[in-house]
Design a protein around this ligand. Structure first.
Ligand SMILES: Nc1ncnc2c1ncn2[C@@H]1O[C@H](COP(=O)(O)OP(=O)(O)OP(=O)(O)O)[C@@H](O)[C@H]1O
Ligand SMILES: [Mg+2]
Length: 680
């Protein structure tokens, strides 16, 4: 029996789920069931309208959101009915389309996907080619600018400096070289995924036709955060059948800083004349108190579509405002409260989330959770697959899969150390440029290169044999993890880590991380029949958006507290939410105050945070924070004043934990008086 039942939706939700032909816009506030409408709409298409599963496409922003949606749909209609349906992120969808036809753009099918550190390697190389001073210009800034052009679908030949600035001018020069270098490595970067896909669809009508025919019913969640390239991508796919349903909330547009354009959702009615518009006003997620606080905060943004949002779920508990002496106390108070609530209400750790504005805030909470032996999942931060030892190990697999991947090749040529020094690599590289051959080929032809002594040549050839042998070995299907394990053993990666890292505990951690790569490969093989090395590497590169958990994969799916940034929390919900660091310069972030004009986006971020909570919200702030060993005084966030006082309950750290009602009132009065004085 399937659980699918449209009568569990309210009337406007149901109308949206049943409107399957022609464009549809669902513009509604947080927790009103937009994502639920998408899952039911898919259910309705499959079960009632008998649409083929492979004609359905749903796009979300993160792997986590896509994963959850898949699960919900499977739960509704049963796994068997879902075969061939695509629920994915923009990036996974782009890669799927590129894998089929990228050869038309002059890349090979087995292209690699470069993430930040590889990209920076190429940017620096391109900067050297134009003789730019690596010390004067910052490669990350250049990359950021190029990324901006790509997101606006501006190719190198059309990129012009937007203002007089040395970095901007340099970025213009570097952009075409960077693209050329990427292509030479048969690699694309994250922004290319969308830009090249759009180029492919625009330039090759038969490819476009193929995907238009395939995806006759398209749904996009969180549409307010699409940028120009994603917008065009979806418009192209939907152009033929026009069965496009987009859902979103302009109040939750939080990626303006990365080129997202809230105009895409606000102009939907203009782009698709005659489209159906559905508004949802009942919130099913949060208590009345939480919702009221959220409504009061977001109301301060001037440019927005006015929305009413109500709930019949009752008032619920007041919002706790906890003031801590410093960041350490903030963390310990939060963890203490988690333990208390969990004990008192018999809850699971996974009922709790700690949300912060910047990833660096997570450290204190992680330490405290570890100290108390509480399992947690960290989303974001230093990405597992970006760690040096993991990257080095993975680079072997990347080279085996795509021998043109020079960034990966350069990482492993002398790791583990085998006596091939930088001078030799430089010489071989130079020769390969003169001969216009690939670096890998040059390694094999080292005998022809002058200025390299015989013993070194032997080492280079041994390395070349090792790689070509492994490439041959990995052609056979099956037992990937086993073969990788044997390869790593043969390379002596573990010994190398113990040899080169002084601190044994650090070395052990790194060895475990490398083992973790093999474990996750084994897991991948179990899940995916006919798993390939390329498939695994692709999955790893696309993991970027969601990042990885602190204690690695084992913690996934286990009962654990979630730690994540406000940005990654979009679309999710938790019974108990701790919104920490509610201070000026954190939320709103310092950057937004300096650059001006984005306080509204910070407020939307705050709105997103508050509306993640179902049963209870705790907001915390510090009086002081340690920075460079000094204690700095902190001011409460301006958004705090926007939450009506009557919704808050005040708590202070230190000795004064349980304040009486009068004390609380006095604290509240004092707090607001101080704040008004400060904000003038
Ligand atoms: N008609 C309904 N009956 C019962 N529960 C509902 C109904 N509609 C939505 N919900 C529940 O309300 C919660 C919020 O729904 P959902 O996540 O779809 O909202 P959303 O509008 O997508 O929120 P966000 O803006 O945060 O993405 C979910 O737990 C969902 O199951
Ligand atoms: Mg949603």
């Amino acid at each position: 029996m399937s659980k699918f039942d449209l009568s569990t939706l309210n009337p406007p939700q149901r109308a949206a789920a049943e409107h399957t032909e022609g464009p549809l816009l669902v513009l509604a506030g947080a927790g009103s069931g937009k994502t639920r409408v998408i899952t039911f709409r898919i259910g309705h298409l499959l079960l009632d309208r008998k649409v083929r599963a492979d004609n359905i496409l749903a796009v979300t922003f993160t792997n986590k959101a896509a994963g959850e949606m898949k699960e919900r749909v499977r739960d509704l209609v049963g796994r068997a009915k879902c075969k061939g349906m695509v629920i994915s992120t923009f990036h996974s969808l782009g890669v799927k389309i590129l894998r089929r036809d990228i050869e038309r753009l002059g890349y090979k099918k087995n292209f690699g996907i470069y993430t930040t550190s590889d990209q920076l390697g190429l940017i620096r190389q391109a900067m050297r080619e134009v003789n730019a001073d690596g010390k004067k210009h910052d490669a990350e800034g250049i990359l950021w600018r190029i990324s901006g052009w790509k997101n606006a679908l501006i190719p190198p030949e059309r990129a012009l400096p937007r203002y007089e600035d040395p970095d901007e001018l340099l970025a213009c020069d570097v952009y075409p070289i960077y693209q050329r270098l990427l292509k030479a490595c048969n690699a694309i970067d994250f922004d290319d995924i969308i830009m090249l896909t759009v180029g492919l669809l625009q330039g090759h009508p038969e490819v476009l036709e193929h995907w238009q025919e395939r995806f006759r019913y398209i749904m996009v969640d969180e549409y307010q955060d699409t940028n120009a390239s994603q917008y065009l991508f979806i418009s192209l796919l939907a152009k033929k059948y026009r069965n496009l349903c987009v859902v979103g909330d302009d109040d939750q547009s939080i990626y303006g800083w990365r080129g997202a354009d809230v105009g895409n959702i606000l102009d939907f009615e203009k782009d698709y004349p005659g489209c159906r518009v559905v508004k949802l006003e009942q919130n099913y997620r949060s208590t009345g108190t939480i919702l009221e606080a959220a409504n009061h905060v977001i109301r301060n943004n001037v440019k927005r579509k006015e929305k009413r949002l109500w709930t019949d779920s009752g008032e619920g508990r007041p919002i706790d405002l906890v003031t801590a002496q410093d960041d350490e106390e903030e963390a310990s108070l939060v963890v203490e409260r988690i333990q208390m609530e969990r004990y008192q209400h018999n809850l699971a750790f996974s009922d709790f989330a700690i949300l912060y504005r910047t990833n660096s805030q997570s450290r204190a909470f992680e330490e405290q959770l570890r100290f108390e032996d509480i399992p947690y999942v960290l989303v974001g931060g230093m990405q597992f697959y970006e760690r040096k030892e993991v990257k080095d190990a993975l680079s072997y697999l990347r080279v085996i899969d795509n021998p043109l991947d020079e960034q990966a090749l350069l990482r492993i040529v002398n790791f583990p150390r085998r006596g091939i020094g930088d001078g030799t690599v430089l010489r071989i590289n130079q020769w390969s440029l003169e001969q216009s051959c690939h670096l890998m080929e040059a390694f094999g032809r080292v005998g022809e290169i002058e200025g390299i002594n015989e013993p070194t040549r032997e080492k280079v050839l041994a390395f070349h044999r090792l790689i070509t042998g492994a490439t041959e070995d990995f052609r056979r299907p099956g037992d990937l993890a086993g073969r990788v394990k044997r390869l790593f053993d043969r390379l002596g990666i573990e010994e190398e880590l113990y040899r080169t890292i002084e601190e044994p505990a650090t070395a052990r951690k790194k060895v475990e991380n490398v083992e973790q790569v093999i474990n996750s490969m084994a897991g991948y093989e179990e899940r995916i029949p006919g798993a390939t090395l390329s498939g695994f590497l692709e999955k790893v590169s696309l993991m970027d958006e969601d990042r990885f958990s602190g204690k690695d994969k084992k913690e996934h799916g286990r009962d654990a507290v979630t730690l994540m940034s406000l940005h990654s929390s979009k679309g999710l919900e938790f019974p108990f939410v701790f919104l920490v660091g509610f201070e000026e310069e954190i939320l709103p972030h310092k950057k937004s105050m300096e650059e001006g004009g984005t306080i509204d986006e910070e407020r939307r971020l705050c709105y997103v945070g508050i509306t993640r909570a179902r049963r209870h919200l705790t907001v915390t702030r510090c009086l002081h924070r340690k920075k460079y060993g000094k204690l700095l005084e902190r001011q409460p966030s301006r958004f705090l004043e926007e939450i009506p006082e009557r919704l808050l309950q005040f708590h202070e750290g230190g000795a004064k934990k349980a304040a009486t009602e009068e004390e609380q009132e006095a604290m509240a009065q004092d707090f607001f008086a101080r704040m008004r004085a400060k904000l003038g």
